[in-house]
Write a protein that binds this ligand. Structure first.
Ligand code: 13P
Ligand code: SF4
Length: 352
């Protein structure tokens, strides 16, 4: 009989309590005591390093479940994680998400060492526009308020008046005194802003750039129609990075935090989640009674995060895992995000 290490056994049991519910695993893994035993030494090491280094790990809901439930201190959507980054007192912040999120954490917590597990974890939205592009738009529409979605670089944020997230975008844009709004970088979210503000009777002209989320732009109304025909009583839940047609055909549209809340508070035989598959994994863990019919998609950038890379970034970060920002640019970007916090009342509850 093979001798078992009681510390590893206890950690494997702890991991199993969450992971056993995950069916929508990005690698098709089935979590059981054996697979949990395999990762337990690594999660133990990371959790030990966290204490040693005075570190906190922020995890976006899209990253792999063993990171979210194995080592994450806070899990949620962009708004919630930005708040946590701002409040963080730790010396080190590991951001398991994508680079623009880690940059946002550095903008808000400049004294912390902010590290990102994989420097190549970009985002098709954030990578679609530069600060220079925004300056050109501002020159063309000098009377406009300049609003950026949080999925943008620090350089872009530094050019903007206010930042928004998927959880507060409609309320903030509606509140701005200017009628004309430059909105970057998401063209599809801009379409959703137009239709939502029209529905609310708010008159705004939205000028947008041409970025899209490579994950959410792929969902279609045909997919929704087929799913509804096959699964009577289905609830369709989508993100505002989807097309306006998909949003209009959905039962609920919101940030990933709001999508989770909606599913948890809604009785329905089936749910179709038009977002990244990590969110389905989270719901399977936290609301195991619900049925998800598939149809979600993977974000290749979010999936660049692994436990090994989290460990390495914590233990001895390579220079390209450390987020650094020019201080003058950081201060301008911080003003743009702080304006978002001021205009978000009450704070959208995105944690779960
Ligand atoms: P949330 O802020 O809703 O989590 O969205 C982040 C994101 O990147 C969605 O693709
Ligand atoms: Fe960017 Fe889309 Fe990935 Fe979110 S899901 S990080 S918006 S590419």
């Amino acid at each position: 009989m093979i001798a078992t290490d009681p510390t590893i056994e206890a950690e494997a049991e702890r991991l199993l309590q969450a992971l056993m519910h995950v069916e929508c695993d990005p690698h098709g893994r089935k979590w059981n005591l054996d697979t949990c035993r395999e990762i337990a030494p690594l999660t133990l090491e990371i959790n030990r390093l966290k204490k040693e280094k005075d570190a906190v790990i922020l995890t976006h809901s899209y990253v792999e479940p063993e990171i979210v439930y194995g080592v994450g201190d806070f899990k949620g959507d962009s708004y919630f994680l930005s708040l946590k980054a701002k409040e963080a007192k730790a010396k080190v912040i590991v951001f398991a998400g994508v680079v623009f999120m880690a940059e946002t954490a550095k903008i808000l917590s400049p004294d912390a060492l902010v590290v990102v597990p994989d420097r190549h974890s970009g985002c098709s939205l954030a990578d679609s526009i530069t600060g220079e592009d925004v300056r050109r738009m501002k020159a063309a529409y000098p009377d406009a308020a300049v609003v950026c979605y949080i999925n943008s670089t620090a350089e872009v944020k530094a050019e903007c008046d206010v930042c928004v997230t998927s959880g507060n975008v409609y309320d903030i844009v509606a509140k701005l005194p200017q009628r004309r709004i430059i909105f970057v970088p998401d063209r599809l979210m801009a379409e959703n802003i137009r239709s939502e503000l029209k529905r609310r009777g708010v008159d705004k002209e939205i000028i947008s750039s041409d970025g899209t989320c490579m994950v959410h732009e792929e969902f279609t109304v045909e997919q929704i129609a087929e799913a509804r025909a096959q699964f009577p009583g289905l609830k369709v839940v989508s993100h505002p990075e989807c097309t306006a047609e998909v949003a209009a055909a959905s039962d609920f549209v919101g940030s990933t935090g709001a999508m989770m809340k909606y599913v948890k508070s809604t009785k329905a035989p089936y749910f179709l989640m038009l977002t990244e598959c990590g969110l389905v994994g989270r719901l399977e863990v936290e609301d195991p009674e619900k049925n998800f019919i598939g149809g979600c998609r993977l974000c290749p950038y979010m999936k660049m995060n692994t436990l090994e890379k989290v460990r390495d970034a914590l233990k001895a970060p390579r220079p390209n895992q450390i987020v650094t920002l020019d201080e003058e640019l950081r201060l301008r970007a911080e003003r743009c995000i702080d304006r978002m916090f001021e205009l978000t009342e009450p704070a959208p509850s995105a944690a779960s």
